[in-house]
Each structure stands twice: as C-alpha cells, then as structure tokens.
Design a protein around this ligand. Structure first.
Ligand code: IPE
Ligand code: IPE
Ligand code: MG
Length: 222
C-alpha cells in the first residue's frame, strides 16, 4: 500500500507489550526488549517502502525510570547498541535520526551514541526517524512554552510536526504522555498485538485502516 502522494505522513508508534510478550513465553522481560528491537528494524524499513515522511517511536518514557534498575540498564544499553549498529545502514538508506527527550539523565555512552547518530544522518531526507528517549510530552510542552506564545511558535519550539496517525501496540488504550500537542488531530489505532509481534504485515493493516478514515478537523466531512 502506497500512502498518499504529496503530503508525507507522520506516523507515531507507542511500542508497548515487550514485557508481556516475553513473560507469556516464560522468558525474561529483557528478551522481549531484544525482539522488540528487531520489530523496530522491520518497521523502519516498511516505513521507507511506504514513503512515510516521519516515524516517531516511543522507546523510553520519563516514567520508565521507575522500573527495576537492571531493566532500565538493559534498555539503555539496547538503545545505545541499536544506534551504534544501525546508524551507518540508516545513513546509507537516507534516514535522518533525531532523538527527542532529555539528554542529561541517560548514561554517557548513550548520550554519545545519540549525538553521533544524529550528526552522521543529518542529511537524510528519505525518512525522519525520531526516537523518544526519557521523553514526557508535558515536559516537552513546558520547555517550549513561555508567555505570549502562539500555537505555531510552540509547534516550532517542539521541533515537530502534527502526527497524522498514532499506533499503540500491546492492547492498552492510552497516550502515556506521548506527543500530546502533536496528536491534537491524529487518528488513533490501538491493537492488542504485542510490539515484538508487530511486523510489516500488521503495519500494512494499520496503514490500510488509516487510509479509510475520514479526517474532518472539526468541519463537516465532504
Ligand atoms: C514497551 O514494552 C517498552 C518500554 C516501555 C520500554 P513494556 O516493557 O512496557 O512491555 P509491557 O507493557 O510490560 O508488556
Ligand atoms: C509507554 O509504555 C512508553 C513506551 C512504550 C516507551 P509503558 O508501558 O511505559 O506505559 P504505561 O505504563 O502502560 O502507561
Ligand atoms: Mg508497557
């Protein structure tokens, strides 16, 4: 399915369900995160094939610091590894990587990998891959806000475009403080499929669903 001609979509995904995926198989939660990283690779490739303009992935929220420290450490290391290993290939494929969220609380190795990946891929125009790490939408809005700001100025300071389509895997139907501003008019899609099982076929199904939505933006649909 090719998604539109002129406006390139911004798709956002709350990649949820890694832990339950692993636990239901008698595996440690870390195994779910590992397999979840494979889903990320596959979905990034599929996004390129679909000519999607921007893909924003929720990888670690500010609330996730409350998890046991071994799980947090594993996630930080997985993210660092992902950026180090994938950046060269993504660069070759014309993908630009940006990371949103706080940088001052992640391990130094991850912070360095983020900067390196962003620098190496800055010229990419085929897909803007945005990864949210230590991210809270409320924090992002607060940081962007000050007196007398217009909506346009806030959007510019947030450094992001409106989301067209938001997908959440794992069965829960909530935003968990993800892209609150940007999802003002987003179409929402919730699926019980856990993130490690979410592959290009499930992504196709979601995008096909989006293609049938009527977006009215408060007006009377044509
Ligand atoms: C999403 O999967 C990944 C992160 C939040 C880091 P979870 O780890 O939240 O998996 P569940 O929701 O416990 O199954
Ligand atoms: C949302 O998932 C954050 C990410 C996917 C990174 P969580 O599993 O952390 O969210 P809650 O706890 O269900 O709200
Ligand atoms: Mg979860």
């Amino acid at each position: 399915m090719q998604t539109n001609s002129d406006h390139r979509l911004h798709v956002a995904i709350i990649m949820d369900g890694n832990g339950r995926w692993a636990e239901s198989r008698g595996m440690p939660r870390a195994a779910g995160h590992q397999v979840g990283a494979d889903s990320v690779r596959a979905i990034v490739s599929a996004a390129i094939e679909h000519n999607i303009g921007a893909l924003t992935l929720y990888a670690f929220s500010t609330y996730n610091w409350q998890r046991p420290s071994p799980e947090v450490a594993g996630l930080m290391s997985l993210l660092r590894h992902f950026l180090l290993v994938e950046a060269p290939e993504l660069q070759r494929n014309g993908v630009r990587i940006s990371v949103l969220g706080r940088r001052d609380r992640v391990p130094l190795g991850l912070a360095r990998a983020i900067t390196a990946a962003e620098r190496a891929t800055v010229a990419g125009t085929r897909l803007h891959l945005r990864i949210a790490i230590d991210y809270s939408a409320r924090d992002a809005i607060l940081a962007a806000a000050s007196d007398g700001l217009t909506a346009e100025a806030i959007a510019e300071r947030l450094g992001t475009e409106d989301v067209d389509f938001l997908i959440r895997t794992g069965g829960d139907q909530r935003l968990s403080d993800f892209l609150l501003w940007e999802c003002a008019q987003a179409e929402l899609y919730f699926t019980p499929v856990q993130w490690p099982d979410f592959g290009p076929t499930e992504f196709d199904t979601a995008l096909a669903d989006f293609a049938h939505r009527t977006r009215s933006f408060g007006a009377i649909p044509a």
